[in-house]
Design a protein around this ligand. Sequence first.
Ligand SMILES: [Zn+2]
Length: 212
Amino acid sequence: MLHQQVDQKISEKEAWALRRQLGIPNNKRLWVLACMDERLPVEKALGIGEGDAHIFRNAGGLVTDDAIRSAMLTTQFFGTKEIIVINHTECGMMTASGDFLSEVLRNQGIDVDQVSVDPALPELKLPKGVFSKWIKTFTDVDEICTQQVELLRNSALIPQDVVIHGYIWEVESMSLRRPYKRLSDQVNTASAMKTKTTKHTEPILEIGSLIE
Ligand SMILES: [Zn+2]
C-alpha cells in the first residue's frame, strides 16, 4: 500500500528534524575537528555523507576553547563516541609566527592585549602578552596533528572511552595519511626503497624486476 511508503518517509523526516530532542546521535557517532582550508573536503576525505558527523572547523584544525566546548557537548550529551582530527599540508597557519601576526595587528592600531576574544563573554580575557600564543600558528603539520590528539585525549571534559585519531590531508595528493607516514618519502630514492646491493658496487635492482 502506498500509504505505508508515505508514512515511512514522514517518520524518517520526523526522526531527522527531531534528532536532538529524541536523543538520536549523528549516523557515525563522530565528531571531526578539521582546518577551515578550502582544499580540505572533509566529507570526501573521510568517505562520509550528510548526517554522518558533527564537523567543527577552525583555522588550523586546532584544539581551542571553542573546539573543547563543542567536543564536550557532542561526546557528553549528543552520543558521539569517536573523534577524528584532520590537519593538512601547506596550512596557512605555518606561513607566519604569532608574534609576526600580532605585530601586523598592532600596526593597524589594535591593542592585542586589551581586545575581546569572545564579545559574547567579556569575562573571558587573555592575560597580557598571550595573544600571539592564542593565534596558535605552528611549524610542523605532523607534530601539530599528534599534539591535537593528545590534547583531546587528556581533556577532562571528554569521556575516556571516546576513540580519538588524527590524520594529515595532503593537498598535493588529495589524500589522507597518518602523521609522519609520508608515502612520497618512500618512493623517490633507492635508499628510501632500501635497495639491496652487493659490497662496493652500485645499487642494483632486484633480479625479478630486471627480468620484466
Ligand atoms: Zn589549514
